[in-house]
Design a protein around this ligand. Structure first.
Ligand SMILES: Cc1cc2nc3c(=O)[nH]c(=O)nc-3n(C[C@H](O)[C@H](O)[C@H](O)COP(=O)(O)OP(=O)(O)OC[C@H]3O[C@@H](n4cnc5c(N)ncnc54)[C@H](O)[C@@H]3O)c2cc1C
Length: 467
């Protein structure tokens, strides 16, 4: 008789992917353990989504307190207590990570503390203990990519984790290296808190993957707030001066021209790398590509009972993708007919205004050979946006000509992330612009702008002149 396994499923990593997989597997009656070496909730809860959103909110409230003068509300003494801000943010993280621990207990998921390494295809080692399982899910996530010449010390040269601790006083001059989502979110936070911020990006455009028209409006809104953006520029090195400032050598990628600028803090946000090394995946013959573990749509690696999910299993590196993949892996293991086959995965930059999108950009739709129609509705024509003092941006809908199918929705504006749910559902359910236009949306709401963008596709929007 074969020896009984310790667990039906053993999950490595308790980030969004890992804890979703653990809880769903337990809900389906499996005996589950989750190994975590650092913190419950992974990057997202501890040093990613949640603390950045807390800081973004605080910065936006600070900015809003200044804009309130427009409607007659003035504050005689608006002061930011940075110590209290950092504590408040940490408190939210503690509450949420504690919540994951509570959910593990309630669902009878065994939480193992330590770093896991595969011994063979049926067992892992954590410290000096070995555990066996019938199935494994690798959910080890990712870490910040490094840049030669810019050595992160988490004080003056920081990665996203170091940038979460706002220094007191805030840096007078801040350079964000990398014009992606993380670079813009931190630029927005520090800019709102009083730093003079510049973003440099190697590529010709910022926020790669988003609709070019939406990105242009988003960039304009950020620049209007005082954030300087320079594309086709790279940082070669940063040297600490005796007075504590940083001398940074920047290079124009097109001309090769170099110049030196002085900053008080530099953020390196040039992407993230999958965390697949050190697990002994090579020993098991598990296929990886540039560090990402190769999986099929059922989240299986080439070793069928070993699954991989989340950041370590490929792009886009987003929490909601990791969560869904975790559910799929758990359900497949439990024998359910699950598959990772989304029509689209939404993306969001949580600045003010936000940039949010789901589905195909105008450029992608054209490149795929679609004949398209677009409809655009500006927030400047939205009554609700005016009452919120937030009229920058628009909703843009990309549809297929003839079928009227919605292919993509791109929003620059207030609460764009929350409006995106409707668009995501629409795409999953193969909605047409007509379906969205026929749906009664409450008035006055920002969501009406999605309806009007759908109407604009048919040149029948009411609150703008249709061209
Ligand atoms: C600053 C920042 C902001 C972000 N904001 C957002 C956002 O707003 N929305 C969004 O969707 N995404 C956001 N992300 C991305 C999001 O955090 C990740 O996509 C998500 O955390 C990936 O989840 P995961 O489960 O794959 O891995 P992770 O969250 O990286 O978790 C992996 C876990 O595995 C553990 N681990 C690794 N190796 C081992 C081992 N050998 N043994 C035991 N444990 C191990 C790690 O300690 C970690 O806790 C942000 C990321 C950053 C850095």
């Amino acid at each position: 008789m074969t020896k009984a396994m310790d667990f039906d499923v053993l999950i490595i990593g308790a980030g969004p992917g890992g804890y979703h997989a653990a809880i769903r597997a337990a809900q389906l009656g499996l005996k589950v353990a989750c190994v975590e070496k650092e913190y419950l909730g992974g990057v997202c809860l501890n040093v990613g989504c949640i603390p950045t959103k807390a800081l973004l909110h605080a910065g936006d409230e600070l900015a809003a307190s200044k804009h309130a003068a427009e409607f007659g509300l003035t504050f005689s003494d608006t002061r930011l207590d940075i110590g209290k801000l950092n504590k408040w943010k940490d408190g939210i993280v503690t509450k949420l990570t504690g919540g994951v621990g509570g959910l593990f207990k309630a669902n009878k998921v065994t939480h193992l503390i330590g770093e896991a390494v595969f011994v063979d295809a049926q067992s892992i080692k954590v410290g000096d203990k070995t555990y066996t399982a019938s199935n494994f899910i690798v959910a080890t996530g990712s870490e910040p990519a490094k840049l030669p010449g810019l050595d992160v010390d988490q004080q003056s040269i920081v990665d996203s984790t170091g940038a979460l601790v706002i220094p007191d006083p805030v840096p007078a001059r801040m350079l964000c290296v990398g014009g992606g989502v993380i670079g813009f979110e931190f630029a927005h936070i520090y800019n709102n808190m009083g730093s003079q911020v510049k973003i440099i990006e190697f590529l010709p455009n910022v926020i790669p993957g988003a609709d070019a028209g939406a990105v242009a409006a988003f960039r304009k809104a950020m620049e209007k707030q005082g954030i300087e953006v320079q594309t086709q520029t790279k940082a070669n090195k940063a040297e600490k001066q005796p007075d504590g400032t940083l001398k940074v050598e920047l290079e124009d990628v097109k001309t090769g021209e170099k110049r030196t600028e002085t900053y008080d803090r530099v953020l390196v946000a040039v992407g993230r790398r999958p965390r697949s090394a050190g697990l002994n995946l090579e020993g098991l013959g598990i296929v990886t590509e540039r560090g990402f573990i190769t999986v099929n749509s059922r989240m299986q690696t080439n070793v069928a009972h070993i699954y991989a999910i989340g950041d370590v299993a490929g792009n886009p590196m987003l929490a909601h993708k990791a969560m869904k993949e975790g559910l799929v892996a758990a359900e497949v293991i439990a024998g359910e007919p699950a598959e990772m086959d989304p029509v689209a995965i939404p993306g969001v930059v949580y600045t003010s205004p936000e940039l949010a999108w789901v589905g195909l950009t105008e450029e992608e739709a054209k490149a795929k050979g679609y004949k398209i129609k677009t409809g655009q509705f500006p927030f400047a024509a939205s009554g609700r946006a005016m009452t919120l003092q937030s009229t920058d941006g628009f909703v843009k809908m990309v549809t297929e000509e003839g079928t009227d199918l919605v292919l993509g929705v791109h929003i620059v504006g207030p609460h764009a992330s929350d409006m995106l749910g409707e668009a995501s559902l629409g795409l999953e359910m193969a909605a047409t612009a007509g379906d969205i236009a026929l749906t009664i949306h409450a008035h006055p709401t920002l969501g009406e702008s999605v309806l009007e963008a759908a109407e604009a596709v048919h040149k029948q929007a009411i609150h703008i002149v249709n061209r």
